[in-house]
Write a protein that binds this ligand. Structure first.
Ligand code: 6PG
Length: 227
């Protein structure tokens, strides 16, 4: 299926974060007014930190936000490299989202058990309202890596031999990540240039396998994209 995308070329990573934050808050307002809740999938890695910091300073109807993770590293809960640790420290501990509406991935249990436990959570969520994703230097997204084979109908994959440490992870699948009303890619930094070029030239990278009904919104800074 052809990926439809809308590229937003911004100068700095701060501009990317501001634009993405605005779209997220707008999506939340619409979702809550129309359906009573906002189901948001958080991205891992370091790029989203600026977005989470801006969200934490924003005024939102936090009581109706429901938080999921796109992927998680199989590390102890309090390990500094956990995606959930950064999201908690920067955003979740600073806003009043009810704890029972934050669905942390139990990745400390290891890939198989954690994936098994998170599948019903993703199934229950159904269509997300907004998915946030980053992209690695090799065009991976979440913990969907080039060359890795997964059962396409799975909602959550157990991931082994990740080329980006740690080797063991879990990831929501491309199919389930694509089941969303809106999706934002956050891409900043010169180290992403090559993957961006390959993506734009039509290479079959993991980022290109994310195909929601509506176009994906790609916020990219001038370091990551040189025309
Ligand atoms: C992870 C992330 C991963 C990340 C990209 C970009 O757990 O590693 O989910 O997909 O989004 O690798 O990482 P940076 O934002 O740190 O460049």
């Amino acid at each position: 299926m052809q990926q439809n995308s809308r590229w937003y070329y911004l100068e700095t990573s701060e501009d990317v974060a501001l634009a993405a934050c605005r779209q997220i808050l707008n999506a939340a307002n619409s979702a809550i007014s129309e359906r009573g809740k906002f189901k948001l999938v958080l991205a891992g890695g370091s790029t989203p930190e600026k977005v989470y910091r801006l969200l934490a300073e924003s005024d939102a109807d936090w009581a109706n936000w429901h938080i999921y993770y796109g992927d998680e590293r199989c590390l102890p809960v309090d390990h500094q490299d956990r995606n959930s640790l950064m999201a908690t420290q920067v955003l979740l501990k600073n806003v009043a989202i009810p704890a029972n509406q934050v669905f942390t991935m139990p990745a400390e249990l290891g890939p198989e058990q954690a994936a098994e436990r998170y599948r019903p959570i993703v199934a229950e969520a159904g269509e997300f309202d907004m998915v946030l994703l980053g992209m690695g230097e090799d065009g991976h997204t979440a913990s969907l890596f080039p060359g890795h084979q997964h059962q396409q109908d799975e909602l959550v994959h157990a991931v082994y031999n990740s080329p980006k440490p740690p080797p063991e992870r879990i990831s929501i699948s491309a199919k389930a990540l694509s089941n969303t009303r809106e999706l934002i890619f956050l891409i900043t930094g010169a180290n992403k240039q090559d993957a961006v070029k390959l993506w734009r030239s039509g290479s079959d990278l993991p980022v290109a396998t994310i195909v929601p009904k509506s176009p994906v919104d790609i916020y990219i800074d001038s370091d990551a994209y040189k025309p």
